[in-house]
Design a protein around this ligand. Structure first.
Ligand code: NAP
Length: 561
């Protein structure tokens, strides 16, 4: 029985290299890898060895016979990536094994290559991993929160616990001897870019895209408007959003935009709170959801069904987890699009949409309605939101929807970094394959690099950041080997002193582990994977209880610094 990749595929490619018969594609060297919605196992070539199961960081792979009912559509989805052929006809082998991309070879010198990575989300952790494949490299990872792993902790929806399993890889990376965490330290506030450069050869920013794109229509200032991304952060207990007021006293929520974030929010707002109570959702959000009056979340897209921004795996996941409906008019649009669609992924999405129940049927539980050709025009309401007025896209026809809450989910935006150039239109730091470039001169900015969303914009999945980070690290190492990066002016041990003088509440790896253990223990008592702290002061207090490392280890760490 062949193995099958399912919804939580993170696309980091780990399974590709574990496969002894090269039957998982696209592989990182193939065109389309960077934009693939997921990876697929060729059911004819799979030898059922299970090596990919152990390699997958997010538990997305299972033998066909072990799939749950909800995962069954992924059998056809994996197979559909490969050309149809008789069951015993294998594809001509392109190569016996997927070619492993060579790790950058760091030139050993008197001084170790020392890199500051700013941001401990997937791009930062994958960059640290790639750097630490070599001897003679030290990596200091900074994060402004006392807890690491960025959007894996604060962005991945709590009902996607498998996806959060990728943190096991990140934990392993953080345990390497030449890796140091400086958590609860904000670059730009506690330490500047220039100061980091005095202590490192290079500063690699992996700070993501922290802001939302804002919808520019009248009424967006009214209470009852918000963004899906801040709602996701509230759901996930991010300290900056823990106190957010998400008003769920009304029957309908409208979400503008239909990307995967919109699906995440709609799914959580309509989920059974008892099921969410078994996840690591923030306790405040869970309490609010238990008292929710919401009966319908409308996901409003400005374009047609064939242009839906959500991915096929996430649509499959949504329809198996929630009650999803479509208006009769939108069903007609789906049929029109099906008649002309040729791209197999689009056809598959449309086929799923075509089978959804019509919205006129009575709902048994809170439901999600996918709606199309609705361009936001203005927010309705006197002192708070009472609805949204759209224009039927391409026409003057006004369409009004009553709603007590309007969430925009129209993408993230990168924010400028002090001391570096910024491309305001693309909301990224201008760069050539990760090397920061001054747009005025076209020259590389010495010692400055980017990876992840601040480099390429807010697209892709967790694992997409692995190849993105590898490209940046490869260029950084080339620059180091070519002698283009100045040796740090300050002695390594001084960095620790400087940071702790500026931020006495710096949290190190031991501190984070204390927070982690305390959250898991609190969760255990409630039958949950963890119960998160949502207040920085609480996190810092728990971090302070971390046992001091033994003297011998401290001495060794001091020597390595
Ligand atoms: P996204 O996929 O870029 O979707 C943005 C949506 O906003 C699109 O529907 C877009 O419509 C719409 N939009 C943009 N400007 C608009 C405007 N002025 N008025 C109305 N609608 C507007 O963004 P996202 O959902 O924030 O996701 C970001 C990335 O994270 C994506 O790559 C996503 O796949 C990834 N992600 C993945 C997962 C997962 O795998 N589980 C979960 C969350 C996020 P148009 O298409 O018409 O422009």
């Amino acid at each position: 029985m062949p193995h099958v990749i399912t919804q939580s595929c993170c696309s980091d490619g780990s399974c590709v290299y574990a496969c002894p018969v090269n039957c998982i594609h696209p592989s990182p060297d193939e065109p389309g890898f960077a934009t693939a919605e997921m990876l697929y196992i060729d059911p004819v070539a799979c030898v059922d060895c299970g090596a990919c199961v152990s390699a997958c960081p997010v538990g997305a792979i299972a033998p066909e016979t072990k799939l749950t009912g909800k995962q069954l559509p992924f059998i056809a989805l994996n197979a559909a990536y490969y050309p149809e052929r008789p069951a015993d006809v294998k594809l001509p082998p392109t190569s016996k094994l997927a070619p492993v991309l060579p790790a950058p070879q760091v030139r050993r010198g008197v001084v170790d290559l020392t890199v500051a990575v700013v941001g401990s989300g997937p791009a930062g952790m994958y960059a640290a991993d790639e750097l630490l494949t070599q001897k003679g490299v030290r990596v200091n990872v900074f994060d402004k929160l006392p807890t690491p792993f960025g959007l894996v902790r604060a962005g991945v929806a709590p009902d996607h616990q498998n996806t959060k399993g990728v943190t096991r890889i990140f934990e392993g990376i953080s345990e390497r001897s030449r890796f140091t965490f400086y958590l609860n330290v904000e670059v730009g506030k506690h330490i500047s870019h220039e100061e980091l450069l005095q202590h490192h050869h290079a500063v690699l920013y992996t700070v993501g895209a922290p802001n939302d794109r804002r919808l520019n229509v009248a009424g967006m200032e009214l209470p009852g408007t918000g963004t899906a991304t801040e709602t996701v952060a509230w759901i996930n207990g991010h300290p900056d959003f823990a106190g957010l007021t998400v008003d769920l006293r009304h029957e309908r929520v409208v979400v503008v935009g239909n990307g995967n974030v919109a699906l995440d929010v709609a799914r959580i707002l309509t989920a059974d709170p008892d099921a969410l109570a078994r996840t690591d959702i923030s306790s405040a959000a869970l309490a609010a959801l238990r008292n929710s009056a919401v009966r319908e979340v409308v996901i409003a897209a400005r374009r047609r069904p064939a242009d839906s921004a959500f991915t096929l795996p996430e649509l499959i996941g949504l329809t198996s987890a929630a009650e999803v409906v479509l208006d009769a008019d939108d069903h007609a649009l789906v049929q029109q699009d099906l008649a002309s669609a040729t791209d197999p992924l689009t056809v598959s999405k449309l086929e799923i949409l075509a089978k959804l129940p019509v919205a006129s049927q009575t709902a048994q539980r809170p439901r999600i309605r996918l709606a199309y050709r609705l361009t936001p025009h203005r927010v309705l309401g006197a002192d708070r939101v009472s609805g949204v007025e759209f224009r039927r896209t391409g026409t003057d026809e006004a369409v009004q929807l009553d709603a007590g809450l309007l969430l925009t989910s129209i993408g993230y935006r990168g924010a400028p970094i002090a001391g570096l150039p910024f491309d305001d239109a693309a909301a990224v730091v201008p760069n050539r394959d990760g090397r920061v470039v001054d747009p005025a001169t076209g020259e590389a900015v010495p010692g400055a690099y980017v990876a992840g969303w601040i480099k390429r914009g807010p697209t892709g999945f967790i694992g997409t950041n692995k190849s993105c980070a590898m490209q940046t690290v490869s260029n950084l190492v080339d620059d180091f080997n070519a002698g283009l990066l100045a040796d740090p002016a300050a002695r390594p041990a001084l960095l620790d002193k400087l940071i702790r003088s500026r931020q006495p509440d710096t949290v190190d790896a031991a501190g984070w582990r204390a927070i982690d253990a305390a959250e898991i223990a609190r969760g255990d008592a409630e039958g949950r994977p963890r119960a998160k702290f949502t207040d920085v002061a609480d996190m810092v207090a728990v971090a302070a209880t971390a046992p001091e490392p033994p003297v011998a280890r401290r001495l060794l760490a001091g020597l390595l610094r």
